[in-house]
Design a protein around this ligand. Sequence first.
Ligand SMILES: [Zn+2]
Length: 487
Amino acid sequence: MSTVPTHCDLLIHSGDVIDGTGAARAHLDVAVTGDRIVAVGDHLDLHVDATTKIDASGLIVAPGFIDAHTHDDRAVLSGPDMTPKVSQGVTSVVTGNCGASLAPFAGREPPPPMNLLGDASWYRFPTMREYMAAVEASPPALNLAPLVGHTALRAAAMDDVYRAATTAEITHMEVLLDEALEAGCIGMSTGLAYPPAVQAPTGEVVALASRLAAHGGIHTTHMRDEGAGVLDSIRETLEIGERAGVPVVISHHKCSGRESWGLSRETLAAIARARSRQSVDLDVYPYVASSTVLLTDWIAGAERVLVTWSAPHPECKGRDFESIRSEWGCGVEEAVERLSPAGAIYFKMDEEDLRRILRFQDAMIGSDGLPHDTFPHPRLWGTFPRVLGHYSRELGLFSLEEAVHRMTGVPARVFGLTGRGAVRPGAFADIVLFDPEQVADEADFSVPTRPARGIYQVIVNGMQVWRGGEWTGARPGRILRRDRAED
Ligand SMILES: [Zn+2]
């Protein structure tokens, strides 16, 4: 029990608190002073005086959501309001996923998919420390926990990324990785499915992942194969975790392409078995379409492909790839070549697999949103309200308390974000107020940038950042460094 203060900065009263642990909601008041929650209790409003009072009648008061999988490395600099995320109730994002981070790499054109974050003009941080300093000098509205990308390490250390690294290049990558971890990165991501990392043998990843153990870092991975070979990829991921002695997170877990539909029964069983001997987690986004750069190989097996951006043909954004191709009267390869560099949405997954993965024990929610696409996948604006509204309230996949747990308590534990993801005295005051009856995603595949419904207020480090359907102008976001004291 904590002592109840007589005065606080912010008193959120008369709401139903869902604390992030999975426990049932309770009608409680929450007092905030500075950047912390100082008290949670029954009728605090009777004896605590507050500078600002927020009436949360009829609303849920929950920990701010942690987006477990993002590509917001540059967005936090170029769009510090972070409206696509804050409007969903997100208060922290894990950046640097799928092997792609904005540092340490500078001075050259980045290979795809690193170009999803920006062109060469945005790659100006030769070390992770310099990137973090730039973010701290001009902070965003929300917190970020950065990963360093294996593909960024390769691009920085190798003259040609389309081959295995030499011993000397691995040594160079280790130096860059150590620097990033010492700067406070929470771990390393890999994007082994992408051309600039596909030639990296398992041993190269094990060598680098082994450096993570000393820093309490984590390995997140966009696995080599998310289609017919997904089970082999799970085996490789578990092997890397075991040999390197580090926890692993399987990024945006899916079974992609008709031939792999239904394999989630086996992938999830393998992950559940592995949990008895090693730390393995996963994140998932609530849609049956994926999105990334436009690549010929990835078009095969897709039910439908939408173009999200194209540098030479910006007018093609939002259009069906197939209709562009037939209008041009050319083959798939030529159409890809003419559109590139470009991005796409691929409809390749089955709803049953998606629901099975969402329901899996402690599955985390990660948007995988691509903030710089001109016609983005709706997951950028809709992921969290879609899980709360469509999958929890409408379909009853799990309780609202469980949905919130997967967005807060679980990622805080997995990524070692001490003091986040909980409504309790002493925790950081990252809080969202939402209407459990109204919360819903409004972004879809035809209007992808519409803000969600039902998110009333968002508080980051004790400051209101979203109120009345708009950004307040506050930029209290911080870099969440791996807490070494905990290791
Ligand atoms: Zn990915």
